[in-house]
Unconditional design. Sequence first.
Length: 157
Amino acid sequence: MSVLSPNTEQQAETVGTALTKLADLLACADVESPAISAQWLMADLCDVPRLALGDYSSTPLTDAQQAHFEAIVERAARAEPMQYIVGHTDFMDFALRCDHRALIPRPETEVLIANVLADAGLAQRSQPVVIDVGTGTGCIALALAAQWPNARITAID
């Protein structure tokens, strides 16, 4: 059965109306790029690619999706970060679990990784030693370990 199968028992909210409602709510909460954030949240809810949401705009939400949507609306109204709501974030080539226990990896952290990897002195070492203090999601340690499989990496929080 499709994740987007219709709810036949009652008139359910459609993906399109839910998306509009969520975008309006995010705009009122002063979320940056509310329409795009709403698309990411709805794509995650419906388990479809963000750019394919238009194909499902008239599809009713299932009972489970409607309940989850209401929880999303509640969290979004409190201006909770999108990554915490969906429970994951992308960082370099990784999909990382993400919640309130750790800061959301920032794009600037990817620049930091690129600079470390570009350091010729470190790259020439047969076994670089890295200590990631306050690792949080572990994104720095994971990214470096992926590029330097011989490195000795310690990540502590």
